[in-house]
Design a binder for this molecule. Structure first.
Ligand code: PLP
Ligand code: COI
Length: 362
């Protein structure tokens, strides 16, 4: 099997969305409902490895009813954003990290790894044909969704011998409808997300399927998002359905749950570095729900924020559980969150220097 970088064939969409229609659609961007004209695809077969890399018109896949993803959920994905920086250049934020995490997820799910260069080439080739789909409004971006699923038709329980890797693109506005308003989160005591030895650190579809009932419970209780506790003791705070979480103390120090059963967020990793750069003491350690309640009540805890590619950074104003609710600080966010968010967004948008070389110009 060849390991040379793949060259993509480009088949342009014969019926792209007319420009006027796209411009109109850009006026009211939500999250993940509008899609660009093209997609990237690479096929994998146990006997051939990765083959047939191509950019095509975005179209449905044909999957056999016995296609193994439909039965045993061998599926992984990534989430990243392309946007224009303050100088009008098309950029990505730490895409090499997404490529690495994608392969870590692939290993956990017994799927083939995709060479990082091919993962990045698929994204760059897609952006080359769909550059007009990058919205320019403040806070808007082209959300990229690389994913891979098992496509072999068989019902035995073993890793598939065929996979499809694809990238689709969706112009998006802010993830939260309330904009910069602090969010409310529901502490799930009925459901957990991941156990030691499970798939919590992998970005596999099943983790999200399992989170939906908990998210529905959060919504039914008037909350924006759900936060999970650990599966063994139902004591330690883990993460949200699609975001990592940070706790800011009155002395300016920060605590965030350690890696293990949570998704190793790229925004999380970046925020930790930015906090360290700013001289903030940041600790990755288990933090319990009891500690959280006590710290909020005593005033030791002043801010809580969540972060992820889709959500960027959002303050948490209210925390609710079956035991009642409490507020974080005065419920409106705080200066540490604002400062870290401004630094992160400033680097991402090229408005301030990028000391770690995180931004990749396409
Ligand atoms: N945790 C979960 C469960 C997620 O789905 C995400 C989103 O990708 C994150 C955390 C944040 O990760 P990242 O910052 O890499 O987007
Ligand atoms: C992302 O932030 O990219 C995710 O995949 C999370 C999801 C909630 C959209």
């Amino acid at each position: 099997m060849s390991t040379a970088p793949l060259t993509f064939a480009v088949h342009r969409n014969a019926n792209p969305m007319p420009e006027a229609e796209r411009v109109e659609a850009f006026r009211n961007l939500g999250f993940g409902t509008l899609f660009s004209d093209h997609m990237a695809i690479i096929d994998w077969h146990a006997d051939r490895g990765w083959h047939s890399p191509r950019i095509t018109a975005r179209a449905p896949f044909q999957i056999d009813p016995a296609g193994s993803v439909l039965h045993y959920a061998q599926e992984i994905f990534e989430g990243m954003k392309a946007y224009r920086d303050v100088n009008g250049r098309i950029v990505l934020f730490r895409p090499d990290e997404n490529a690495k995490r994608f392969n870590a997820s692939a290993r956990r799910m017994a799927m083939p790894e995709l060479p990082e260069a091919d993962f990045l080439a698929a994204i760059e080739q897609l952006l080359a044909v769909d550059a007009a789909w990058i919205p320019e409004a403040e806070g808007a971006s082209l959300y990229l969704r690389p994913f891979m699923f098992a496509s072999e038709a068989f019902l035995g329980v073993r890793p598939s011998r065929e996979y499809i890797f694809s990238v689709i693109a969706s112009p998006v506005g802010p993830y939260f409808k309330g904009g910069a308003k602090p969010i409310s989160i529901w502490v799930s005591q009925n459901y957990t997300r991941a156990a030691q030895g499970g798939t919590g650190a992998a970005k596999c579809g099943g983790n999200y399927a399992g989170s939906l009932a908990a998210q529905a419970e959060a919504s039914a209780n008037g909350c924006d998002q759900v936060v999970f506790l650990d599966a063994a003791e139902r004591n330690w705070v883990e993460e949200l359905g699609g975001m990592n979480i940070f706790f800011v103390m009155a002395d300016g120090s920060i605590v965030t749950p350690p890696l293990g059963t949570i998704l190793p967020g790229i925004t999380r990793k970046s925020v930790i570095t930015l906090a360290q750069d700013a001289g903030i003491a940041i600790e990755e350690r288990p933090y319990s729900f009891a500690e959280w309640q006590a710290d909020a009540q005593s005033g030791r805890l002043t801010e809580v924020f969540v972060c992820g590619t889709a959500a960027v950074m959002a303050s948490v104003g209210t925390v609710k559980s079956a035991e009642g609710s409490f507020q974080i600080g005065n419920g409106t966010g705080g200066p540490v969150t604002d400062r870290l968010r401004n630094t992160l967004i400033g680097i991402q948008r090229g408005a301030i220097p990028d000391p770690h070389g995180w931004v990749r110009v396409i």
